[in-house]
Design a protein around this ligand. Structure first.
Ligand code: GLU
Length: 304
């Protein structure tokens, strides 16, 4: 498969199309990003690399990091995790309070904010130094010791984090948060502040293409069964309340973030990361969605 030819062709087709999306501005640090950034990187299980555009520039991966915290929490908590949250698509915005109230403080899934906040609460239960151990786990998965939190972005989000504060208070009222609220929120904001390039992101997610094993380090990150389940959760819940549309158009499990990144995985083949900061009304990268739809169509690569 000539991935580079497909990436170059589609990148050039999409680069200058009318982009009706808008950069996320509710986190001050994200508001200043150049809206025209556009990068793509694909890594295969054989460690072959194909890329285009701003693929070596770091950006805020935001909610994409929720897959990594889920992976660690799943290893630590096993199936007890599902006593604290569901695995159903939310069909509602990622920070919905209504949905959480309706479900008595039990998040619909670990990909929305409330679910990721409970995951952080679980990590605090298990780990002596959660912030340090979480980033070390992510470095291990990505094979990159340089990955770190951005103090600048986490501070910026904390300064306006009223909705996430509301979510955690509501869950505390339902006894679904067991640790100190500020400590849990601090870990959550740090998680969301991680920056990676498209290349780093696609390499990091390769374990989900490798049935739980990261092929270039040969480290088993999770069991094959957990890898299957995490991919299933991404397929159904990874794209806010547009997971159906993404599945329909792209046919791959994927996760997006409000920084404009999307990562998608084709088990047994590759992991691909796209970054373009302008978001559609559902909060997904406009060009990222467009790129991945055309890419999976052109290369006939999909799980279906
Ligand atoms: N840190 C962001 C928030 O909590 C994450 C949103 C996202 O990327 O989905 O609002």
């Amino acid at each position: 498969m000539d991935y580079q030819a497909a990436i170059s062709k589609i990148y050039n087709e999409i680069k200058n199309i009318e982009d009706s999306g808008k950069v996320a501005t509710y986190i001050p640090e994200l508001a200043g990003i150049d809206p025209n950034k556009f990068g793509v990187h694909l890594t295969t299980l054989e460690d072959k690399h194909f890329s285009m555009g701003d693929s070596d520039e770091k950006f805020s991966i935001q909610s994409i990091a929720k897959v990594l915290s889920l992976t660690l929490a799943y290893n630590l908590e096993e199936d007890n995790l599902w006593k604290r949250m569901g695995v159903e698509p939310s069909g509602a915005p990622f920070n919905s309070l209504t949905l959480l109230e309706y479900n008595n403080g039990v998040p619909r899934n670990p990909m929305i904010n409330s679910g990721a906040i409970v995951v952080c609460d679980i990590l605090i239960n298990h780990l002596k130094n959660p912030k340090q151990e979480l980033i070390e786990f992510i470095r291990h998965v990505s094979g990159n010791s340089e990955i770190s939190y951005s103090e600048r972005i986490s501070k910026s989000e904390k300064s306006v984090g009223y909705r996430n504060a509301s979510l955690i208070h509501l869950m505390k009222a339902y006894d679904n948060i067991h640790n100190d609220i500020d400590e849990v929120l601090d870990l959550y904001f740090s998680l969301c502040s991680i920056e990676m390039t498209c290349k780093e992101l696609s390499k990091t997610f390769l374990y989900l293409a490798g049935y739980g094993v990261c092929p270039y380090t040969e480290n088993r990150v999770v069991s094959a069964s957990k890898s299957k389940r995490i991919n299933a959760i991404m397929q159904l819940c990874g794209m806010y309340d547009e997971a159906g549309e993404f599945s329909f158009r792209t046919g791959l499990p994927g996760k997006s973030g409000v920084g404009g990144g999307i990562v998608a995985v084709l088990p047994n083949h590759y992991s691909i990361a796209v970054w373009s900061p302008k978001l559609n009304p559902k909060g997904n990268s406009f060009k990222g969605m467009e790129f991945l739809e055309r890419f999976t169509t052109e290369t006939e690569s999909s799980v279906f």
